[in-house]
Design a protein around this ligand. Structure first.
Ligand code: FES
Ligand code: FES
Length: 159
C-alpha cells in the first residue's frame, strides 16, 4: 500500500505523517497516535462512539479516511480540557451522572461540543437531534441530554 503524506493538526499540535491510503482517521488516532479516548464501537458509522471534531464539526472517524482529514484541525476528547481545566461539558456529565461505563462518553461529548460551538443556544429538540445518532447502553439518555442542556442553558444566560 502506498503511503500518502498527511499534514494535520490534532488537539492544537501540527503533525506531518505518512499513512496508508485506506487507513481510517480512527485507526490513525487510536493505533498510530495512541489517542485511545476515541472509541471504536461498531466500526460502521452507527454507534457514534468514534466521533471527533473536524474543523469544529462532528465526524465519525471510523468512516473518515485519514487522508480526508489532511489540512484540517481535529479535536479529540483528549483536547477538550484547556489549561488544566476540564470542559464545562465534561463537568456537566459528571454533575448529572451522565457517565456509567463511559464507552459512549467521548463520542457523546464531541457531538455535544460540536453543537455548543455551532449552535450554542440550541433548544432541547436540537440537542436531542444532535445526540440522536449516539448509542448508550447504560444511562438511558435522559441524563446525557440534561447534562448538555445545562451547558447550553448557561450559555443562554450570557446572551
Ligand atoms: Fe464509528 Fe461506531 S465506531 S460510528
Ligand atoms: Fe456506558 Fe454510555 S455510559 S455506553
Amino acid at each position: 500500500m502506498n503511503k500518502q503524506p498527511l499534514e494535520i493538526t490534532i488537539n492544537g499540535e501540527s503533525c506531518s505523517l505518512a499513512v496508508d491510503s485506506n487507513r481510517t482517521l480512527l485507526e490513525l488516532l487510536r493505533e498510530d497516535l495512541d489517542l485511545t479516548g476515541t472509541k471504536e464501537g461498531c466500526g460502521e458509522g452507527v454507534c457514534g462512539g468514534c466521533t471527533v471534531l473536524m474543523d469544529g464539526k462532528p465526524v465519525r472517524s471510523c468512516l473518515t479516511l485519514a487522508v480526508e482529514a489532511s489540512g484540517t484541525h481535529i479535536t479529540t476528547v483528549e483536547g477538550l480540557a484547556q489549561n488544566g481545566e476540564i470542559d464545562p461539558l465534561q463537568q456537566s456529565f459528571i454533575d448529572h451522572g451522565a457517565v456509567q461505563c463511559g464507552f459512549c462518553t467521548s463520542g457523546m461529548l464531541m457531538a455535544a461540543k460540536g453543537l455548543a460551538l455551532n449552535n450554542p443556544h440550541a433548544g432541547k429538540i436540537e440537542i436531542i437531534n444532535a445526540m440522536s445518532g449516539h448509542i448508550c447502553r447504560c444511562t438511558g439518555y435522559t441524563k446525557i441530554i440534561e447534562a448538555v442542556e445545562a451547558v447550553v442553558d448557561r450559555s443562554k444566560e450570557k446572551r
